[in-house]
Structures are given as C-alpha cells and as structure tokens.
Design a protein around this ligand. Structure first.
Ligand SMILES: Cc1cc2nc3c(=O)[nH]c(=O)nc-3n(C[C@H](O)[C@H](O)[C@H](O)COP(=O)(O)OP(=O)(O)OC[C@H]3O[C@@H](n4cnc5c(N)ncnc54)[C@H](O)[C@@H]3O)c2cc1C
Length: 300
C-alpha cells in the first residue's frame, strides 16, 4: 500500500494514537491505533495534482448529465467520448443510477467543525445517540470534526438533524462549518463492470460498513481500475479482471466488515443499558476486531 498512500505532510491535520469506543453511559474503551486525521481539501487537491501530473484533464464547473454508449454528455452541452468510462461520482453517481439496478443502504450523516479541544482520541460513540450508526469526535490540529450518521429505520421518528444537534451541542466551541452527506454502508455491490463502464469508490459501495472508511478503500479500488483499464487498452485484458483483483485484495476485508455491520445493526436495536453491559473488557477484543474488519472469531 505504501506507494499508494503517499499523503503529503500538508494534508495531515493530526496523527492520533488512540481510538476510543464510547458506550451509551459515556464511559470509553481505549485502543492503540495509528490514525491520520486529514485536511480533506488539501488531501483531495494533492490527488488532483498527482493525476494532472500524469496527464489527466480536470474539468470544473461542468457536471455529467448522462452517459450512453461511449459518450458522456455534460451539463453545458459538450460531449466527451471514451473507450472506457469510469463512474466515480460517489453515492449519487450518474452511471450507477442509470445503468445499475442494485441499491445500497445510504446512511445520511451530518457533521460540524468546531473550535476548541474536545478529545485526545478518535472517538466513536454508540447507542441511542446515533441509532443504527455512530457518532464521532475526530480531533484536528485545531478544533474537531464532530458528527453522526443514523439508519432512518431505527430513528423512532426523530430526524437526523435532531440527533446531530443534540450530539454536536454537547461540545463547546465556535462552529466554523456544517456539512452533510451520505455513506453507502451496505458494502460493495455485486458487479463493478458492465460493458465499457466501471464503478469505483462510493459509487460501487466501497466503504467498509463497520467503520465508515471510504477514502483509502476508494483509492485501492481506483488504482486497480486504472491498472486494468491501462492493460485493457494496451493488451486487450478483460475489464472484468478489475473485479477479480478487487476480490483477491479486498474481498475478505469487505466480507468481514459487512458481517460485523450486520451483527452491529442487530445489537444497536437493543436499549442502551444492554449495550453498556455488552461493551466490556471481555468483549473488547471482539469489538476491536469488528471495527478493524477482521474475523470476529476463528471460525466466523
Ligand atoms: C460526512 C462524511 C464523513 C466521512 N468521514 C470519513 C472518514 O473519516 N474516513 C474515511 O475514510 N471516509 C470517510 N467518509 C467517506 C469518504 O468521504 C468517501 O467514502 C470517499 O470520499 C469516496 O470517494 P469517491 O471518490 O468515491 O466519492 P466522493 O468523494 O463523493 O467524490 C465524488 C465526486 O464526484 C462528483 N460528482 C458527483 N456527481 C457528479 C456529476 N453528475 N458530474 C460531475 N461530478 C459529479 C462529486 O461532486 C464529488 O466531487 C466520510 C463521508 C462523509 C459524507
């Protein structure tokens, strides 16, 4: 992975050595962890610069309206043609929407950037604070990113806005930004390749459901897709090879993560007092294996 994750210093907001799982009663369980909190804008700009340095054209101020055959129609009326077309438009990608039937579970999330010091660890909060999802506090070089995601089916009629406000207001400090989005949390879809179309990143469901990580996963998928497309154009390699290589590099990790998410979604229907008991020193190792996408038990 080292040659893929060359995060420039300027894009690292903070290195955090601890992750804390916070139970509904507010008590935390700490885990040693090597966490990198990004300056996301600087990170994505560095990726754009890298792509441009290798010959990519980066268009701004235009959106993809439609993709048919080998033609991409843009919002300003221009068209672009391609032998292979990649859908990397996130959870609402136009190729995925038009050419794939499969649906993903998209979890709505809201977050706030707040000034002040709120935690010495990357915190994940579970329970009724964020039904079916989790809330987070990620300390940055100054201030924190504080937010949460919920499963609407478990939210008992309360809106995401209400849950987010309740959680974010627990933390003091001036708010400099509020944002929202969606996380596809049902894992990868069955196929990423149809004819000359490929999907990568969120558009293919490449987010690990047990921890919501999608940045590194999208980069892994993007690299495999790029390599296969290059081989396809130069030597006629079948584009389906992308799915095979994804399976061999990421298949087990994704399966473990999906399984942990399913078990978690069942558990998070329980009342907080049960979760307070369930998260204990005896289950600590299993919880960590779930968050880090490993098998929970040796047979399972
Ligand atoms: C609030 C929030 C917090 C998150 N926190 C984390 C985290 O801590 N760690 C982590 O690893 N992941 C996190 N994720 C997930 C991570 O951001 C995504 O998994 C990752 O960005 C996926 O990359 P992507 O390139 O597939 O999609 P995106 O980053 O969504 O990029 C898609 C791009 O396509 C563009 N686009 C969409 N439609 C069109 C169109 N029709 N025409 C032209 N352009 C279009 C969009 O504008 C966007 O720029 C978080 C997500 C959210 C919403």
């Amino acid at each position: 992975m080292d040659d893929l994750f060359r995060t420039p210093e300027s894009a690292i907001s903070k290195i955090c050595k601890k992750m804390r799982i916070v139970k509904p009663n507010g008590r935390g369980m700490d885990f040693n962890f090597e966490g990198m909190v990004l300056d996301r804008v600087a990170h994505d700009e560095a990726l754009v610069d890298l792509a441009r340095s290798r010959g990519a054209d980066y268009l701004v101020g235009k959106r993809v309206k439609r993709v048919e055959g080998d033609t991409v129609a843009l919002s300003n009326g221009e068209t672009i043609r391609g032998r292979v077309i990649v859908g990397a438009g996130g959870h609402n990608d136009p190729i995925r929407k038009r050419h794939w039937d499969e649906r993903s579970l998209n979890i709505p999330v809201k977050f706030s950037l707040k000034d002040g010091e709120h935690s010495d660890a990357l915190e994940l909060h579970f329970g009724s604070v964020a039904p079916g999802g989790y809330a987070w506090v990620f300390p940055k070089d100054s201030g924190s990113n504080i937010g949460l995601g919920i499963q609407r089916g478990m939210s008992k009629g309360r809106s995401l806005e209400e849950y987010a406000n309740d959680f974010i207001e627990r933390f003091e400090g001036e708010e400099s930004f509020r944002g929202a989005g969606y996380l596809p949390m049902s894992g990868t879809i069955r196929t990423f390749v149809k004819g000359n179309y490929l999907l990568v990143g969120d558009s293919a469901g490449m987010v690990l459901p047990s921890n919501g990580a999608g940045i590194t996963i999208a980069m892994i998928g993007g690299r495999i897709a790029g390599q296969v497309i290059s081989e396809h154009i130069n030597n006629g390699t079948d584009l389906k090879e992308y799915e095979k290589r994804w399976e061999s590099q990421m298949g087990n990790v994704m399966r473990n993560s999906k399984r942990s998410f399913s078990i978690g979604s069942m558990m998070f229907r329980f009342p907080d007092w049960i979760l307070n008991i369930a998260f204990n020193p005896l289950t600590k190792g299993i919880i960590w294996r779930a968050v880090t996408c490993r098998r929970l038990f040796w047979i399972f």
